[in-house]
Design a binder for this molecule. Structure first.
Ligand SMILES: C[S@@+](CC[C@H](N)C(=O)[O-])C[C@H]1O[C@@H](n2cnc3c(N)ncnc32)[C@H](O)[C@@H]1O
Length: 278
């Protein structure tokens, strides 16, 4: 690594050590956290955020699809997407995020494509003008405090039969195990809130879940591997409205269960669980 790269990493590490600012709105805290590291974001996160290309491949995106990424950051997934299914062949690609300094880089990337829109908006409320075939979140759900509202919103924007994909850090097995307690605290300092509820909720909402639980190295933490998962599921073709309480809650989750043995959702899911064929 060149001295310039090391200096860039040092700036990112310094910001990570300080943690996410505690004051201000969610959007202000994100901007305060990311603005000082935006230029080095992609190079550093390429070594931290694993499985993104695999997630996009597992979404089985086809020409003509409308695609949304919630919490797109610098839009680096656009390049991965383009390799898997040419962006020019898609009906539209909409990249949504709340953080202006990261979105500025996403706009520079989108410039090369006529059909990519970059939108500064909150993933809990933003909706596309018409339903879309694919929605994905890559290492974003854990940074969204109202993640239940985000899932409710993602559910609403998907066309029946559309697919949701999530890749993110999580807490496998016993949430109170020593490694899980370490990772929960380590990530929380930077506004990343690991939960065993995310995968559970995804399992409960979407059909034919394709789930992979993995571990990946973390830059500058030799020997340690952070747990993450990939999830792809299908929105039922025949479905009632999103089964929510007043704030997009998932009330049936209170009924117990775990990610491997989730409680039944309050609607008829129909098909059996299987891995979607690419
Ligand atoms: C760790 S970054 C991941 C960025 C990108 N998906 C990637 O794979 O590199 C998480 C992103 O979620 C965004 N984010 C957090 N809360 C959000 C919200 N409520 N609405 C939209 N974006 C949000 C942050 O601004 C940040 O860009």
């Amino acid at each position: 690594m060149s001295p310039l790269d090391l200096a860039g990493d040092a700036r990112v590490l310094w910001r990570l050590l300080w943690g996410q600012p505690r004051a201000g709105s969610h959007a202000q805290r994100l901007e305060g956290f990311y603005a000082p590291q935006a230029q080095r974001y992609d190079a550093f996160r390429a070594r931290l955020l694993h499985g993104r290309a695999d997630l996009i491949a597992a979404l089985n995106i086809a020409p003509g699809d409308r695609v949304v990424e919630l919490g797109c950051g610098t839009g680096s997934n656009l390049e991965l997407l383009d390799r898997i299914c040419p962006v020019a062949s898609l009906a539209s690609t909409q990249l949504v995020d709340l953080c202006p300094s990261l979105l500025e880089l996403a706009r520079q990337r989108a410039h090369a494509h006529g059909n990519v829109t970059v939108i500064e908006a909150d993933a809990t409320t933003w909706q596309p003008k018409q339903p879309v075939e694919r929605v994905f979140l890559s290492y974003a759900l854990t940074m969204m405090p109202d993640w239940r509202a985000v899932l409710a919103n993602a559910w609403s924007m998907l066309a029946p039969g559309g697919r949701l994909g999530v890749v993110d850090f999580h807490l496998p097995g016993n949430t109170d195990s020593l490694p899980n307690r370490f990772w929960r605290r380590w990530f929380a300092h930077d506004g990343v809130h690991l939960s065993d509820q995310h995968l559970l909720a995804l399992h409960s909402l979407f059909l034919a879940p394709h789930v992979e639980e993995r571990q990946a190295p973390v830059p500058y933490l030799p020997g340690l591997r952070a747990p993450y998962y990939l999830f792809v599921g299908i929105k039922p073709v025949v479905h009632p409205p999103y089964p929510k309480g007043s704030r997009g809650d998932l009330p049936w989750l209170e009924a117990g269960g775990n990610a491997l043995n989730p409680p039944q959702p309050p609607f008829e899911t129909g098909g059996s669980r299987h891995v979607p064929q690419p």
